[in-house]
Design a protein around this ligand. Structure first.
Ligand code: M6R
Length: 366
């Protein structure tokens, strides 16, 4: 069942080009963002909404944080993202015109299910589930459903489910923008093209595995690591830190790079490896200067850049370049190296990669 791979996690990381291809198939086949993709009732539901609230846990929550950038900048819809277990116990102001989007790989996460029930009890009945398991509890309790087609994910650390959630959320963004009349034909074409190319770009990123395996040696003997990103790549820094924590048991934290000087910079010395997600986006120059703050304190910097971000290696600055910049889908591409880094670090430490201690694949308890 594992084929040439040592663990399900490694296999699932490598299945991503296929998982992404399957998850975007319907869009590519119809050559556009058709509202029907979200079910018969989607057209009416999407017409009435004025904002979005995303509810999820763990990695699925980070997919939601990424989507906020797309939904606000492309579809113009105010979007909040909340941890399911927090939302369900807080007094909030219900808005019946808000679309509740739950994201869950398993569709059985109790915290997310209860958050959905709580939203419905407040009269928030416009609900959409993005899920990887057909007919599981959360999609069954939702008005609209979009299934990702990652295939069964066995490793406790979510990988292919995450990147397929991201494409689902990108498709949702384009569909909502189109329906609201804010997506030009040129933009629609650009978004379709970005989707078409993502499986091949991800395959190129997977080919970086030997280089990343080398880097893992510098992490396996450390107690702590810091992950930095800005803007739409900050959630990818969060995801990278979570992956490393989960399977290698190394304490890792993620920060938006601009926050560094507001506290965490005090942690940085030569024993703190700092991973920086730095593709060529609008914030690149800011990220570069944040990186200098780390270098000035002796921190070793490990940069995941892309070919367009023109990073040179220098003393204490290690760089791996993913393929050319993939624009709006760049967070998907940059998920790959952080997954591989966590995987190879855990491998060197000899932890149980597929079943890390204290964790379950599907968290059906509170
Ligand atoms: O099945 P779900 O997407 O609802 O699961 C949510 C989290 O439990 C899950 O993403 C968890 O954080 C993963 N182990 C992360 O790798």
């Amino acid at each position: 069942e594992l084929g040439p791979y040592s663990h399900f996690m490694q296999k699932e990381i490598h299945e991503q080009p296929r998982a992404l291809t399957d998850s975007i198939e319907a869009v590519i086949d119809s050559n556009g963002f058709d509202v029907e993709l979200f079910g018969d009732e989607a057209a009416g539901t999407f017409r009435d909404i004025d904002s979005i609230l995303i509810l999820a846990a763990g990695t699925s929550y980070y997919a939601g944080l990424t989507a906020k950038y797309w939904l606000e900048s492309i579809a113009g819809l105010p979007t909040s993202v909340e941890i399911a277990s927090e939302y369900r116990y807080r007094v909030s102001v219900p808005n019946p015109r808000q679309l509740i989007v739950t994201i869950s790989q398993s569709g059985e996460t109790l915290d997310t299910m209860e958050a959905l029930k709580h939203a419905k009890s407040l009269g928030q009945t416009q609900t959409l589930s993005i899920c990887n398991v057909q007919e599981s509890a959360i999609p069954r309790a939702s008005k609209l459903v979009f299934y990702t087609r990652a295939g069964a994910e066995i490793g406790v650390a979510s990988t292919k489910a995450f990147t397929t959630q991201l494409v689902a959320l990108f498709i949702l963004t384009a569909t909502l923008a189109k329906q609201r009349g804010v997506l030009s034909q040129a933009q629609e074409h650009e978004m379709l093209e970005a989707l078409r190319q993502i499986p091949a770009s991800v395959q190129h990123a997977l080919n970086l595995e030997p280089q990343i395996r080398e880097w893992a040696k510098a992490f396996a003997n450390k107690q702590h690591a810091l992950f930095l990103g800005r803007g739409i790549h900050y959630p990818i820094a969060l995801e990278g830190a979570l992956k490393l924590k989960e399977i290698s048991y190394i304490h890792a934290e993620a920060y938006p790079a601009g926050e560094l000087k507001h506290g965490p910079l005090a942690l940085v010395d030569e024993n703190m490896p700092v991973v920086v997600i730095a593709p060529n986006d609008a914030l690149l120059e800011k990220v570069k200067s944040n990186m200098q703050e780390v270098r000035a304190r002796g921190g070793q910097v490990y940069v995941f850049a892309d070919l367009d971000s023109h990073f040179g290696e220098s003393e204490g600055v290690h760089v791996i370049r993913t393929p050319r910049h993939v624009g709006l889908l760049s967070p998907i591409l940059h998920s790959i190296p952080v997954q591989l880094l966590a995987y190879h670090t855990a491998l060197l430490k000899g932890t149980d990669v597929d079943k890390p201690r204290n964790l379950a694949k599907s968290v059906t308890v509170e």
